[in-house]
Every structure is written in structure tokens, then in C-alpha cells.
Write a protein that binds this ligand. Structure first.
Ligand SMILES: Nc1ncnc2c1ncn2[C@@H]1O[C@H](COP(=O)(O)OP(=O)(O)OP(=O)(O)O)[C@@H](O)[C@H]1O
Length: 377
């Protein structure tokens, strides 16, 4: 299969580029039916998320052209790659995709350089959009070029695998649980590289995972698959807040906030983030942030408490003015959605406190978050 992904590329049927990736796949396996209709942004990371057996890999195989569904349609970057109605089907080896598997699947007899050059030779020089040097720099693997895959750590192998996918200048990067075979330490090592790809390259990524943490950190768009069907599809930040979905109703419910480093207090090791549409600053312990660097912070609903006035004389560093948006009663607790500038937070408090505070929609209150509970890369 790997070899078939490295044949000469071709082009699909040109169509008007509406900036979307559209896919419709109907696959029937014995005892399992995949029936999905997807409309994804052609920028950033779209995560296919779901339990084991929900159909994530089956779906990715259709994107890659490795399976030919009975009914199928796919358009990417202004090209139609397949349409069962017209019989069009661009085979896997002619699709401009990069595919990163759970295991890097490097050629064991070739050095890192050999593996990368093999990927690059697939593309005519005039079509190359990602230079070898750029891929080396992005993945931090320049010092590994002469090594054989057997002399690499798991995290390094995965970084080389990603670089090899990139040097084929794909129009679409498919990643199937690229961190699943790594231990926590290696995962933490590779994740920042994945974030950089996202920031520095204009290649849409479809990222399969069943790890909520990874998805919350990397994805812009989320597709929740259940039993071969799309239960929900939309911007990550919105889906994390929806109480009809498993994320917000979970004990670990969290919101994702994007900020930009505006100041660093070296004495206390605290970084200050400014937040779009808000005068408030978020402060959290951090060491290695550059000025203006964008940061995604995950804030758990249970780490947010509320007060009607700004608390004075408290150890809490983050006292944020918010507006009550909506809430849902969950047994003895209430899950609130709060507006913080252009973004939204979740807070979980007891029903007792909710009644005591007399909370109503549109109310201006204060959200309090302990800095040490904030999760940033
Ligand atoms: N070629 C095949 N023939 C028959 N059944 C298949 C085939 N490929 C996948 N399936 C079945 O389809 C279902 C979905 O599998 P798939 O690998 O897409 O799920 P997944 O969400 O990626 O799971 P995981 O997270 O465990 O990798 C499973 O029940 C699987 O056994």
C-alpha cells in the first residue's frame, strides 16, 4: 500500500474552488456501514474523532482513494477526485495526498535523507511547494539525515514520516493516529511540531484520533463519528460547548481559548496572554513563549468559579469579566457558558451556588481561574 501512495501524481477534474473539502462516502462492510457527508474547511486541521470502530480509518481510506466506495464524491482544492455518479475516480497513487500512519512506515534500508528524497522524487520540480530544507526545519530533523530508521526514536521516526509526507507537496495531509504508538513523553515531543505545521503551512489536514486531548490541542474543525455516521461536525470550539454532545457533558468538560503572548514575567515564570475582543489578560505559568506567539489554552469547566464582584485579596491570578450566555442543569450541578470577548468559557458550579448568585442571561459577572490549573503546551 505504501508504494502505491508514492506513484506519479495526476490531477482530478478542475471545478470551481469554493474553499471547501466536500466528501460523501457510502461504504458497506459485512456488519458495518459508513455513511458520511462532510463539508470541511480547506484550511487548518479537521479531526475525525470517535470511539474505536466508529469508522475513522474507513473514512480516511476513502479520502486516500485506497477504498472505492459504492457511492462516493470528493472534491479538494478545486479538483474533483471522484464522483460515482459520473464514474470519475482518481486512484490513490495519483492523488496529491500525504499520508501519515500510526507507525512512520519508513523504508528501513534507506537513510532519513533517502526516505525524504524518495518522497520528493514523486513530484516534478515545478510542482514542489514544500522544500526539503523547509520540512527539515519544521520537523527539527536536520541532524538526523544520515541515520537509518532503526537508529531513530519513535518520536523521531514519526517526525521523519511527517516530513516525508510534506515533501510530496500534498494538497491534503491525512494523519491516522500519528501519535498513538508513542508514549506520553514522545507525544509531548511531537505535538509542538504538529502545531507548527498548522501555523506555517497552508495544507489542510484530516487528523484521525480518539484522544480528546490531542483533538482539543490541534483541531480547528471537529467531526464526531458514531457507528459510521456523522453525529456532529463544526468548529471545535463550538462543539466542545454543546451539551447534547459527549464533550461538555463529561466531568472533564473544557473550553479552548486562543490567546497571544503579550508579556512575560521572568521572575515568576508567568506569561500573560491577550484575548481577542477582551481587555482581560490571562496569566499562566510558562517558560518558553516568544512575544506575540499564539497559544491555545484548555480551561476545564470545573476549574472556573464565579463571583458577582471582582474578588480582592485573593491568590487567584485570573479574574476575568464575562457575560452569562446560557446554562444547563446537570443534576446537582449547573454548566454555564460564558462570553469572554469573542470566545466562550465553560464553568461548572453547584445548583445551590447558581441560585445563591441569582444568575441570569446577559449578566456581567467575574470568572475566576487558578493559573496553575491552566493547560497550555
Ligand atoms: N475491509 C474491511 N472488511 C470488513 N470490515 C471492515 C473492513 N475495514 C473496517 N471494517 C470494520 O469497519 C468498522 C470500522 O472500522 P474503522 O477501522 O474504520 O474504525 P476506527 O474508528 O478507525 O477504529 P479504531 O479507532 O479502532 O482504529 C469496524 O467494525 C471494522 O471491523
Amino acid at each position: 500500500m505504501l508504494a502505491s501512495l508514492f506513484g506519479k501524481r495526476g490531477a482530478g477534474t478542475p471545478i470551481i474552488d469554493d474553499g471547501r473539502i466536500r466528501a460523501r462516502f457510502l461504504v458497506q462492510h459485512p456488519g458495518f456501514r459508513l455513511d458520511v457527508d462532510l463539508d470541511l474547511p480547506s484550511r487548518g486541521v479537521s479531526a475525525l474523532f470517535g470511539h474505536s470502530g466508529s469508522g475513522k480509518t474507513s473514512c480516511l481510506r476513502c479520502f486516500a482513494g485506497l477504498d472505492r466506495p459504492r457511492e462516493g464524491y470528493l472534491q479538494v482544492a478545486g479538483e474533483r477526485w471522484q464522483d460515482s455518479a459520473s464514474g470519475d475516480f482518481l486512484p490513490a497513487h495519483r492523488r496529491a495526498i500525504g499520508y501519515v500512519f500510526q507507525d512512520a512506515n519508513l523504508f528501513p534500508h534507506l537513510s532519513v535523507r533517502g526516505n525524504l528524497e524518495f518522497g520528493q522524487r514523486r513530484i516534478a520540480a515545478r510542482e514542489r511547494k514544500v522544500a526539503l530544507d523547509q520540512a527539515l526545519e519544521l520537523l527539527g530533523i536536520g541532524h538526523l539525515l544520515e541515520r537509518l530508521p532503526s537508529a531513530l526514536s519513535g518520536g523521531e521516526r514519526q517526525r521523519v514520516g511527517i516530513a516525508r509526507a510534506l515533501v510530496t507537496s500534498p494538497r491534503l495531509l491525512l494523519m491516522d493516529e500519528p501519535l498513538a504508538s508513542l508514549d506520553l513523553k514522545r507525544k509531548q515531543e511531537v505535538l509542538p511540531y504538529l502545531e507548527r505545521l498548522h501555523e506555517e503551512l497552508d495544507i489542510p489536514v484530516i487528523y484521525v484520533s480518539h484522544a480528546p486531548d490531542e483533538v482539543a490541542r490541534l483541531a480547528d474543525h471537529l467531526v464526531l463519528l458514531e457507528d459510521g455516521q456523522v453525529r456532529a461536525s463544526g468548529p471545535l470550539k463550538e462543539l466542545l460547548l454543546r451539551t447534547d454532545l459527549p464533550f461538555a457533558s463529561d466531568d472533564d468538560a473544557e473550553a479552548v481559548i486562543d490567546g497571544q503572548a503579550s508579556a512575560y514575567d521572568a521572575r515568576y515564570g508567568l506569561v500573560e496572554l491577550c484575548l481577542p475582543g477582551s481587555e482581560a489578560r490571562l496569566r499562566l505559568p510558562h517558560t518558553a513563549l516568544q512575544a506575540q506567539q499564539r497559544v491555545r489554552v484548555k480551561i476545564k469547566a470545573r476549574d472556573v468559579s464565579l463571583s458577582l464582584q471582582r474578588a480582592e485579596g485573593s491568590s487567584l491570578l485570573n479574574l476575568l469579566p464575562v457575560t452569562v450566555d446560557s446554562w444547563q442543569v446537570l443534576d446537582a450541578q449547573v454548566l454555564l457558558t460564558l462570553r469572554l470577548g469573542e470566545q466562550r468559557l465553560l464553568a461548572r458550579i453547584t445548583r445551590y451556588s447558581f441560585d445563591q448568585l441569582g444568575i441570569h442571561a446577559g449578566q456581567a459577572i467575574w470568572a475566576q481561574i487558578k493559573s496553575v490549573s491552566l493547560l497550555a503546551p
